[in-house]
Design a binder for this molecule. Structure first.
Ligand code: NAD
Length: 487
């Protein structure tokens, strides 16, 4: 395909330098359908160079004090923040998300990831026990592991990549990161700030490219002892297989099929707008998005009527329009996949109450070829239907009725995933009871997406292995040793 000169061309960042690649992949602007960027199609050779640079940088970086590393992380946070608007514009263009979301969620959180781990690294304590009868004292010491391989998805590009880079380097590791080939731009922009922030060459290396080439080369590299991965469950299985011969340490943040449970004593004035957001924010492309809404029968009709009326008000269109609620989906293929779920639900006899195939989507002239769809609400879906079982990862949510607490817990747990759930009720006893019994790494009651980074984040069942957060990330990115001293 011929490319105009205006295309943005990214380069790998290895050992503190931008390095061109011998081949490139096209990257699309999802809101126009145009190729606007070329991303290095890295493979073994590039990964080899990046791992070598990271290995070389490890002795000096790992021997710096936590305070020195903390100051550098804070400086990097400041630099990203100074460029917040440019980063937000780039993220919106690259991913299709609204500029408002990028401005208020993605980039501020990327900044905060660095600030948070810059601070938390200063406050960890190791353990110590005394065995007086043996004349012994035991204590633990923690040390960085080495070169960390970090692989991230396309839905929250810089947000999720920095959620890995920040704790990894705060703990004294050096890293080779591979962002999604579909959303590489903001990671590349961040690389331009590393030197100014004082990050020594080789501490952060970024290799761009596909999962099967660049990603697998990283996973299979013998000098990368740990992999932190966020992405789909299917890819995670492949990564586990490939890393098994090396016995790598793995952190896996995977997909979800998250329920919202709405009891008849819920405050619908809070529940409806929040559940709309939890279903459709970022085009429904957040692993924590709600895709199964269980509503107690007494309020089912009222909920559905109000929910659909509000969903219909959501404005879909040009992501750079600040009045737009929902931008474009990541790719043409993904849009087709999401649409196909709606068709399957219809074929099974479910009712599509608004959105795809029901309402007309009017798009601005420049966005006619973009990958847009309307927020879609489906009712009367059977629990065993693929729409209720599989992760759709788009703006589609199913609403079904339930009768009892016991029943809804069983149905909410009746999927292979276990990432996040929301429970809506004004009965404190009930929210505690239900939260305890849900098979879900995160349970939000009467709210959604309120996060304290100090606490564990991650999923049960097919939604993940391990947790991330202040203490959990520290434990993952360090190797612990127990030392016994006898006097
Ligand atoms: P994906 O699994 O296709 O890709 C994720 C990353 O892995 C990309 O960088 C990709 O290039 C790379 N990759 C693909 N194949 C690989 C391989 N064989 N070896 C090494 N790397 C490989 O996922 P996606 O489509 O980019 O993202 C969407 C998925 O991510 C959804 O399932 C979503 O739920 C999940 N997700 C989970 C969380 C969480 O925190 N639990 C957060 C965001 C997204």
């Amino acid at each position: 395909m011929a490319h105009s000169k205006a295309l943005l061309v990214l380069e790998n960042f290895i050992g503190g330098k931008f390095v061109p690649c011998s081949s490139y992949i096209d990257s699309y602007n999802p809101s126009t359908g145009d190729v606007y960027c070329r991303v290095p199609d890295s493979g073994k050779e590039e990964v080899e160079a990046a791992v070598k640079a990271a290995k070389n940088a490890f002795p000096v970086w790992s021997s710096k004090s936590p305070l020195e590393r903390s100051q550098i992380l804070n400086k990097l946070a400041d630099l990203i923040e100074q460029d917040l608007e440019t980063f937000a514009q780039a993220e919106s263009k690259d991913q299709g998300k609204t500029i408002t979301f990028a401005r208020t969620v993605d980039i501020p959180r990327a900044v905060y990831n660095f600030r948070f781990f810059a601070s938390s690294i200063l406050h960890h304590m190791t353990e110590c026990t005394e065995m007086a009868t043996m004349g012994c004292v035991h204590y633990t010491s923690r040390a960085p592991v080495g070169v960390a391989g970090l692989i991230s998805p396309w839905n929250l590009p810089l947000y999720l990549l920095t959620w890995k880079i920040a704790p990894a380097i705060a703990c004294g590791n050096t890293v080779v990161a591979k962002p999604s080939e579909m959303t590489s731009v903001t990671a590349w922009m961040m690389c331009k700030l590393l030197e100014k922030a004082g990050v020594p060459h080789g501490v952060v290396n970024v290799v761009f490219g596909t999962g099967t080439k660049a990603g697998e080369a990283l996973v299979c590299h013998p000098d990368v002892p740990l992999i932190s991965f966020t992405g789909s469950t299917l890819t995670a299985q492949r990564i586990m297989e490939k890393s098994a011969p090396h016995c790598k340490r793995l952190s896996m943040e995977l997909g979800g099929k998250n329920p919202a449970i709405v009891f008849d004593d819920a405050d619908l004035t809070q529940c409806i707008p929040t559940t709309l957001r939890s279903s459709f924010a970022n085009q429904g492309e957040i692993c924590l998005c709600t895709s199964r809404i269980f509503v107690q029968r007494g309020i089912y009709s009222e909920f559905l009527k109000r929910f659909v009326a509000e969903a219909k008000k959501w404005k879909v269109g040009n992501p750079s329009d600040p009045t737009v609620n929902m931008g474009a989906l990541i790719s043409k293929e993904h849009l087709e996949k999401v649409r196909s779920y709606v068709k399957k639900a219809q074929a099974e006899g479910a009712r599509v109450l608004c959105g795809e195939g029901v309402d007309f989507l009017a798009l601005p002239t420049g966005n006619q070829k973009g990958y847009f769809m309307l927020p879609t609400v489906i009712a009367e879906v059977k629990d065993e239907s693929c729409c209720m079982q599989e992760e759709i990862f788009g703006p589609v949510t199913c609403v079904v009725a339930f009768d009892t607490e016991e029943e809804v817990i069983e149905r909410a747990n009746g999927v292979k995933y276990g990432l996040a759930a929301t429970v809506w009720s004004s009965n404190v006893g009930r929210v505690h009871r239900v939260a305890q019994r849900l098979q879900s790494g995160l349970v939000w009651t009467n709210c959604w997406l309120v996060r304290d980074l100090n606490l564990p984040f991650g999923g049960m069942k097919a939604s993940g292995i391990g947790r991330e957060g202040a203490k959990d990330s520290y434990e993952f990115f360090t190797e612990v040793k127990t030392i016994t001293i006898k006097h």
